[in-house]
Design a binder for this molecule. Structure first.
Ligand SMILES: [Zn+2]
Length: 208
C-alpha cells in the first residue's frame, strides 16, 4: 500500500478552516466516491457533541477522540471499517490545535499515512499569546511541500490587514498574557487581529 498524503488547513480563527475542511470532505464523498472518517478532539465542545460546525452552522458528523490519547483513532477506524465492511480512503481531523504538542498526535498521523490513508487536518496555528498552538504547526513536518498546506487568515477586525493572530477579549478588554491558553466556552470572545493591532497586556519583556 503506497503511503498516503497529508493536506493541512491552518490559520487564524474566523479563517473558515472548518468550512474548507467540510468542502474538501463533501467533494471527496460526492464526486470522488471516497469514504471519509472525521475525528475531532474530545475537548472541543463549542461545535456540539459528535459534530463539527462552520460559521454558517453547517455541520458534519465527527467521532471524538481523547486529546491526550489520539492513538484511539486506530481502533476506532478498525471498528467502523468492520461495521461498514470496507476501508476508509481518507481520515479527517478538525481543531487539531487541541491535540497538545507533547501528545503523540504527530506520530498517529504519520502512522495513518504509512498505512495508506490520506489525511486532511485543520487547526489554529497560533494562540492568543502569539505562540504555536498544540500540534498544528508540527504537522508541517509530514507535508511533502508547501503546496500541501493551505494557510487561511481572515482580515484584522481593527484595520483590515491580513490577521494572523486571535485577539482574546474578556469583559470587553484584551485578555492578559497569564490567562490560560484553552478556555473553551464561557464569556470570552475573540476577534482576528494583525500583529500591529494585537494587544496582550502583561506580555513578558524579551531578555535582550
Ligand atoms: Zn490590524
Amino acid at each position: 500500500m503506497p503511503r498516503g498524503e497529508l493536506k493541512l488547513i491552518i490559520g487564524n480563527m474566523f479563517g473558515n478552516k472548518t468550512g474548507r475542511l467540510m468542502l474538501e470532505v463533501e467533494t471527496l464523498r460526492e464526486f470522488g466516491r471516497k469514504r471519509v472518517f472525521i475525528f475531532k478532539p474530545e475537548i472541543d465542545t463549542r461545535s456540539g457533541k459528535g459534530i463539527i460546525k462552520d460559521f454558517h452552522s453547517k455541520t458534519m458528523e465527527a467521532s471524538e477522540v481523547p486529546a491526550r490519547d489520539p492513538w484511539q483513532v486506530i481502533p476506532a477506524i478498525r471498528r467502523k471499517e468492520s461495521e461498514i465492511g470496507s476501508r476508509f480512503h481518507i481520515i479527517a481531523f478538525d481543531e487539531i490545535q487541541f491535540f497538545p504538542a507533547d501528545s503523540p498526535f504527530y506520530q498517529v498521523v504519520d502512522e495513518l499515512l504509512d498505512r495508506g490513508y490520506d489525511v486532511i487536518a485543520a487547526g489554529l496555528a497560533l494562540d492568543f499569546k502569539r505562540d504555536p498552538f498544540g500540534s498544528t504547526l508540527l504537522l508541517f513536518g509530514l507535508c511533502k511541500g508547501s503546496h500541501d498546506c493551505l494557510w487561511l487568515n481572515p482580515l484584522c477586525a481593527k484595520c483590515g490587514k491580513p490577521a494572523a493572530l486571535p485577539q482574546r477579549i474578556i469583559d470587553g478588554k484584551p485578555a492578559p498574557y497569564n490567562s490560560p491558553q484553552v478556555h473553551v466556552g464561557g464569556k470570552e470572545t475573540y476577534e482576528p487581529r494583525c500583529y500591529e493591532c494585537h494587544e496582550l497586556p502583561g506580555r513578558p519583556m524579551p531578555p535582550y
